[in-house]
Design a protein around this ligand. Structure first.
Ligand code: DAT
Ligand code: MG
Length: 139
């Protein structure tokens, strides 16, 4: 029997500090995805280095890790058919200025003129990433 697909969603420190955790979860639940697990995390540099290893060496890497260390993060494990693709769709594209209205980043995010885009949420981008990232944040 096939297991239901799962993905990792992070409400980044900007989302938590702006009190948007509930609004983000509302959108996930309204879409029909199932909340499987949730935790509030103050992420260590070690965890963030593993999480963002694909971006090591990019100009926004250091600002990104510092931003993610700057405050609490809420991690969601969510489940549903094609949830990896579906959450990326409701999150919107990376740049919040041009992310489509109707998406989390498009409706709730903006550019703050910083070295890293603060765009409220992270969502795993493939089944391999989801498995790797869920193990990092939940195991
Ligand atoms: P996504 O979060 O949409 O998967 P990503 O994995 O390419 O995007 O990058 C991780 C985060 O780094 C992203 O959410 C915001 C930041 N970021 C990416 N590209 C950037 C850029 N060109 N300038 C500033 N910040 C950037
Ligand atoms: Mg990514």
């Amino acid at each position: 029997m096939a297991t239901v697909e799962e993905t990792l969603v992070l409400v980044k420190p900007d989302g938590v500090s702006r009190n948007l955790t509930g609004e983000i979860l509302r959108r996930i639940e309204s879409k029909g995805y199932q909340l499987v697990d949730v935790k509030l995390v103050q992420a260590s540099r070690e965890l963030l280095a593993k999480h963002y290893e694909e971006h090591l060496g990019k100009p926004f890497y250091e600002p990104l890790v510092e931003f993610m260390e700057s405050g609490a993060i809420v991690a969601f494990r969510i489940a549903g058919e094609r949830v990896i693709e579906g959450f990326r769709s409701i999150a919107g594209t990376t740049d919040p200025t041009t992310a489509a209205p109707g998406t989390i980043r498009g409706d709730l995010g903006r550019d703050w003129g910083l070295a890293v885009q603060q765009n409220l949420v992270h969502g795993s981008d493939s089944s391999e990433s989801a498995a790797r990232e869920l193990a990092l944040w939940f195991d």
